[in-house]
Design a protein around this ligand. Structure first.
Ligand SMILES: *Cc1c(COP(=O)(O)O)cnc(C)c1O
Length: 364
């Protein structure tokens, strides 16, 4: 028995497509290198798969959200910059320094603690500096920036690899916030000691050359999420999710399917029950919405998505039987469409992908 026979659903991760997506972004971003953002376990695909694949493609700058995410992949990424976006928690300074992980400093307090760490180490320590230009989550605010501009000595001992900011609405190409943030970022950098700059996330790379910087930081687009919503997706799909049909049952007109009987057959119907549910990250908000595909044909999802099971109307597909595979994400069911049907974005779909799936890496 193989693991794919034992699991209700199989997730295939196409590493060659991820590498191709990185190369495409590198071609688009002419002003400087392109990092790989592999936070949240590589957007749910597995950072230990994705990060070495990007490294092999030539990527030498990586971002995660937390220190423990960095520690888990750091040995796989020789001669690369590995930075932690969420900043420097008190008490972790020595761990960063010992393991060569680079903090993204987002407040004067973090700057002070990293400078103190450098003093006690007796050597300069690398860091990125995050300035807030509109997100109001992390990064130096205007008041803190003004202090740093007045007292640049606070950065003594810190080897500034990049000054960075994060775009608020980059996927909305005509949003006035984009040029406003561009201007605020240029102004902020002008007040700080000269250093390379890092600006664009995935969608930012597609906003035009003005949004180019010394380091782009894409995540989503690497994994096939469309960085240009409303326009054709320039990226390759990287995941294929298939689920097993466990049973097919015949129901009469008037019978209902699933919890709370939200779907009622208007004709004699064949219902296929597949082995995935919201415990696998197949969101409950998909109840009664969209379709899986069988043999390239849509089979509508009917009734509530339950914890481990989802039901499909296969009345028009006599070939579907126990053991058949339904395509849940793939060439016929792109990630972004599933996200729309679920009322969310591709980021949430990917980062919710379940740990129960049998996972297969292609192109290794
Ligand atoms: C997550 C993140 C990114 C990557 O954004 P995508 O939209 O996935 O490309 C870049 N920069 C920061 C600060 C982030 O938090």
């Amino acid at each position: 028995m193989s693991s794919t026979d034992a699991a209700g659903a199989v997730l295939e991760i196409d590493l060659e497509a991820i590498a191709a997506n990185w190369r495409l972004l590198r071609e688009r971003h002419k002003s400087g290198p392109v990092a790989g953002v592999v936070k949240a376990d590589g957007y749910g695909l597995g950072a230990r798969l994705v990060a070495p694949c990007l490294h092999a493609a030539g990527c030498r700058h990586f971002f995660v959200a937390h220190l423990d995410e960095a520690l888990a992949i750091s040995p796989l990424l020789p001669d690369a910059m590995l930075a932690v976006l969420n900043g420097l928690l008190p008490g972790t300074e020595a761990d960063y320094a010992a393991r060569g992980i680079i903090p993204v400093l987002g407040s004067l307090d973090e700057v002070a603690r990293w400078a103190a760490q450098a003093r006690s180490a007796g050597q300069a320590l690398p860091a990125l500096l995050h300035v807030d230009t509109g997100m109001s989550r992390l990064g130096l605010d205007a008041r803190e920036l003004a202090v740093l501009a007045e007292e640049p000595g606070r950065l003594d001992g810190i080897a500034m690899r990049f000054v960075m900011t994060h775009l608020v609405s980059s996927e909305v190409a005509d949003d006035a916030l984009n040029p406003a943030q561009l201007a605020r970022f240029a102004q902020a950098c002008g007040r700080l000691p000269p250093a390379p700059r890092s600006l664009a996330n995935s969608s930012g790379i597609f906003l035009g050359a003005a949004y180019g910087s010394d380091l782009a930081r894409p995540g989503a687009a690497l994994y096939g999420i469309n960085p240009t919503p409303g326009r054709a997706n320039p990226m390759r799909g990287t995941v294929r999710l298939r689920a097993r049909v466990l049973q097919v049952r015949e129901i009469a007109a008037g019978e209902t399917v699933g919890y709370n009987a939200t779907w009622r057959a208007t004709r004699p119907s064949r219902i296929a029950t597949a082995g995935l549910g919201y415990a696998d990250g197949f969101l409950r908000s998909l109840s009664g919405r969209g379709a899986a595909f069988f043999d390239g044909e849509p089979v509508p999802l009917v009734g509530r998505v339950s914890m481990d099971l989802t039901t499909y109307d296969v009345t028009r597909h006599p070939a579907v039987g126990p053991g058949s595979w339904l395509e849940i994400i793939g060439p016929h069911c792109p990630l972004d469409r599933l996200a729309e049907e679920a009322g969310t974005n591709g980021y949430e779909i990917l980062t919710s992908l379940g740990s129960r799936y049998a996972r297969i890496a292609l192109g290794r």
